[in-house]
Design a binder for this molecule. Structure first.
Ligand SMILES: Nc1ncnc2c1ncn2[C@@H]1O[C@H](COP(=O)(O)OP(=O)(O)O)[C@@H](O)[C@H]1O
Ligand SMILES: [Mg+2]
Length: 262
């Protein structure tokens, strides 16, 4: 089935319970969805609804209490930690709200760092790849700057370049615009949009509707449950105009055609 083949992320009945002394916190209470290769998905929901918990599971930084997670068809819970770390390093790029850059290292050194963990590349090759990643995020002229010499938006771009440098297929960002003013946040989201247009699968957590609108699909969490899964932004407009075209052709009410189109 093509759908199965295209599902990069397949999550079924995923739960995550944190043990806090004698109390249990059910951060995720049974979440199921697929994300196909090439999608641009926003995850929204109030604080404490389980967004970061879900991202950590998708990103293989944590494992579920129960349920299944297939990443590119691989059952993540069944893999041993060394293999999991290798998959994470190669397939997944992470961006966080706080940029987590090394303060004394230059932009180029910060971006080259994940390549050193991977091994197998000379210093020149690492720096060349890091420079390419920095060019990709529009920082070709800031490679020698340290984080304190860069604006918040520029620091987040360095963090994005670092996430890209291993050539991941999946980019995960947990509130990447949370520490930025709204205009800079929009620029960062536009960059994610460009990377998605280049073929990257992008999943972004945000609590700002304006930020989420740039994605193509919205997953909404509430109290550890998925309460909405809907097209947004460009996808919604495409579906909307498609529905209009179908309605005109078939003389259906747009509403019915919309349901069929999406
Ligand atoms: N490491 C942890 N230990 C205990 N409880 C946690 C831990 N991480 C998150 N939680 C709890 O799980 C719930 C979901 O948290 P989180 O996934 O961080 O939500 P969000 O990112 O949507 O704000 C919250 O009630 C939070 O307090
Ligand atoms: Mg969070």
């Amino acid at each position: 089935m093509p759908e199965r083949k295209n599902a990069m992320i397949r999550v079924r009945d995923l739960t995550r319970t944190y043990q806090m002394g004698e109390f249990e916190v059910q951060a995720l209470r049974g979440v199921s969805f697929d994300i196909r290769r090439g999608e641009f998905v926003a995850i929204m929901g109030p604080s404490g609804s389980g967004k970061s918990t879900l991202m950590n599971l998708i990103g293989c930084l944590d494992t579920a209490t129960s349920g299944d997670y297939l990443l590119d068809g691989l059952p993540i819970e069944a893999l041993d930690p060394a293999l999991l770390a290798a998959i994470r390093n190669r397939k997944i790029g992470f961006v966080f709200q706080q940029f987590h850059l090394l303060p004394r290292a230059t932009a180029l050194q910060n971006v080259a760092l994940p390549l050193a963990y991977r091994g197998g590349l000379t210093r020149d090759e690492r720096e060349e790849r890091a420079a390419t990643a920095l060019q990709r995020v529009g920082l070709a002229d800031r490679m020698g700057h340290r984080p304190s010499e860069l604006s918040g938006g520029q620091q987040q771009r360095v963090a994005i370049a670092r996430a890209l440098v291993n050539g991941p297929a999946l980019l995960l960002a947990d509130e990447p615009t949370g520490a930025l003013d709204s205009r800079t946040g929009e620029e960062i989201m536009a960059l994610f949009g460009e990377l998605n247009a280049d073929g990257m699968t992008v999943v972004v957590v945000t609590h700002e509707a304006g930020v989420a609108r740039q994605a193509h699909r919205l997953l909404e969490l509430r109290d550890g449950l998925l309460v909405r899964d809907a097209p947004i932004g460009a996808a919604r407009r495409t579906a909307g105009s498609l529905a209009g075209a179908v309605a005109r052709r078939r003389r259906l009410p747009v509403r019915t055609a919309w349901r069929r189109a999406v």
